[in-house]
Design a protein around this ligand. Structure first.
Ligand SMILES: Cc1ncc(COP(=O)(O)O)c(C=O)c1O
Length: 458
């Protein structure tokens, strides 16, 4: 698919010419960002975190300010931000209630890091419980840690060693998740996974998303403590579940005595209680992070009553110290204050309704443009999140979706959009709506997107 994406007779040569032109334009427009990048010789990879080198243009834009759905870089360019910190800012940048709650806790009351509870934590636990249906919550600082700690606990409670994930999933830098189904159908380490503590095929099993036969085969080994999955894949494009798939997963995990973790870090876009509530799912554990803190680091995991009782009933499990979960700053008062404000005042039920409406306008518009050029692409929507892939029909599995990636085409679209004031997530063609994103923002995106395709295909 990646070589024949062009329906209008223009191909790679034209794409590469335009990509070079847009990259040159980006350099012209961003002298201060270029200089900041050049100066950062004491940062590993020249960036605060190596992922920030994932950018379409050769160096990142440097942030000056960001509010709501808008971001301004140090060169003075203003963007409609559909990346939103790859979901970290799904509540919009610096929402006023979160700023107020953090200011109050950090400045007025003080006590950012005490390793003591604040009363607000129980309020947050109750709200997460109302949304996701699981009664017992604990906090981390990242979604990665929520996943790590959840799988640690499920190994403890089952006495089983393996974790099963979907091929081309992403659950943070969790060693157990870096496994894919190889072209021979056998499990193998994912490309780039170097430095793991042991071969990932020793700790993990893998099945394709939407493949109940594959899941049944892997669970039949009887050694899988937990299935860790997103109810829809969101990190290799959006891959939606087929009818009956998620019910099948639940039935199979129950049949094999395997716990089910829904990682809602991104699928939270489906609604106030994520895909779990939107689709009536009944996992044993929900993990989440990013958006719930309104920009402040926080992660959380929620446990079923049965699981919480089984864990606290284990006399040999040292949950207070050496049990392998917990962290000094986890559950700190600032994260908790930010999460309370985000959930109660920003990412409310009403806010989700508006975000999802705007995302629907986004998805419909993209479909129309793509259809106008008869491109064999597809558009998938998950609540407030929309993504297009260079394949039609939409991929059913992570492996199919990985196969239709086209880095040069993605880079062209990204840098073309950046040069005209639109930010998409650098990892794929994902656009996320926050409460402040407007249909006018979407219209602006579509105008630029149509121009980008027009130049490519004219
Ligand atoms: C589904 C999912 N889970 C977990 C994570 C990890 O989040 P963090 O990097 O904030 O730990 C991510 C990050 O993209 C994610 O997409």
């Amino acid at each position: 698919m990646s070589t024949d994406f062009v329906a209008g007779g223009v191909g790679r040569v034209r794409l590469n010419e335009l990509l070079e032109r847009e990259r040159a334009e980006f350099v012209d427009r961003h002298p201060r960002s270029a200089a900041a990048y050049a100066r950062a010789e004491h940062l590993f990879g020249k960036v605060p975190m190596t992922w920030m080198n994932k950018n379409a243009a050769g160096f990142p834009v440097y942030v000056d300010r960001a509010h709501g759905a808008r971001l301004i870089d140090i060169d003075g360019s203003e963007y409609v931000d559909f990346c939103l910190g790859d979901t970290g800012a799904m509540a919009g940048h610096s929402p006023a209630p979160v700023v107020a709650a953090v200011t109050r806790r950090l400045g007025d009351l003080g006590g950012a890091s005490t390793m003591l509870p604040t009363e607000e934590a129980a309020t947050v636990g109750a709200e997460l419980s109302r949304r996701f249906g699981l009664p017992a919550w604990s906090f981390t600082l990242t979604a990665t840690d929520a996943n790590r700690w959840a799988i640690r606990l499920l190994r403890a409670v089952t006495g089983r060693s393996r974790i099963l994930v979907n091929s081309y999933c992403y659950h943070g830098s969790v060693d157990e998740s870096l496994i894919v189904v190889g072209s021979d159908g056998r499990p193998r380490s994912r490309e780039g996974n170097v430095g793991a503590p042991c071969d990932v095929t020793m700790t993990s099993r893998v099945a394709e998303f939407n493949d109940l036969d594959g899941l049944a085969r892997e669970l039949a080994h009887g050694d899988v403590a937990a299935v860790l999955m997103e109810p829809a894949l969101t990190n290799i494009g959006i891959v939606l579940p087929e009818p009956g798939y998620l019910d099948g997963v639940r039935a199979l995990t129950r049949q094999h005595g395997t716990y089910l973790i829904n990682d809602e870090t991104h699928t939270f876009s489906a609604g106030p209680g994520g895909a779990t509530a939107a689709w009536g799912l009944t996992p044993d554990v929900v993990t989440i992070g990013k958006a719930i803190g309104g920009g402040i680091p926080v992660g959380a995991y929620g446990l079923s009553a049965e699981l919480a009782a089984a864990l606290t009933g284990r006399a040999d499990l040292d949950l207070v110290d050496m049990g392998g979960v917990g962290g000094t700053l986890a559950g700190n008062p600032v994260s908790i204050a930010a999460t309370r404000a985000t959930l109660q005042e920003v990412l409310t039920d009403d806010a989700f309704a508006g975000m999802i409406d705007v995302a629907t306008v986004f998805a419909d518009g993209i479909r129309k443009i793509i259809d106008g050029y008869s491109l064999p692409w597809s558009v998938s929507q998950l609540g407030a999140r929309v993504e297009y892939r260079f394949a039609a029909p939409a991929p059913r599995t992570g492996t199919e979706s990985a196969a239709c990636a086209d880095p040069a085409l993605e880079d062209y679209l990204h840098v073309y959009l950046i040069n005209r004031g639109i930010l998409m997530t650098p990892f794929h063609n994902m656009a996320l709506m926050c409460p402040q994103t407007t249909v006018e923002d979407v219209a602006r995106h579509h105008e630029v997107f149509a121009d980008a395709l027009g130049e490519l295909l004219a």
